[in-house]
Design a binder for this molecule. Structure first.
Ligand SMILES: [Zn+2]
Length: 124
């Protein structure tokens, strides 16, 4: 069973390493305003917030599955996750942040380039 309150998952570690290789320095554990949630990888200077979304928990279009056992419970659970993601996005956007969401199945090097582009756009 996957745990939801995960930290330092392999995709997160891979993306941080790829960002580091691009010379990008980030902060971890920055709070989402008004919540106890944290931004997976934050760039406070340019206000870019990066989230690495698990394919199952966040409903990736490629890998999302619908568990057959306890189907209604899971449907509610995953809908609540989606609602929380939208709430997180709203809160950060109203605080002036740009959000980059990366699926855990994406190549870390490609995702790191997308993050760098978001940072460059913010500075432009
Ligand atoms: Zn996926």
């Amino acid at each position: 069973m996957q745990r939801q309150a995960r930290r330092d998952t392999a995709p997160e570690v891979a993306l941080r390493a790829a960002l580091w290789r691009l010379g990008l320095r980030y902060r971890l554990h920055t709070r989402v305003p008004g919540t106890r949630r944290t931004i997976d990888i934050a760039f406070p200077g340019s206000r870019v917030a990066v989230f690495i979304d698990g394919c199952f928990w966040h409903g990736c279009p490629v890998h999302a599955t619908s568990p057959k056992a306890n189907a209604a419970w899971w449907a509610d659970k995953l809908a609540a996750n989606a609602a929380r993601d939208r709430d997180t996005n709203r809160r950060l956007e109203s605080a002036g942040w740009t959000i980059v969401r990366v699926w855990e199945h994406e190549e870390a090097a490609d995702a790191a380039v997308a993050v760098r582009e978001a940072i460059v756009r913010r500075k432009a």
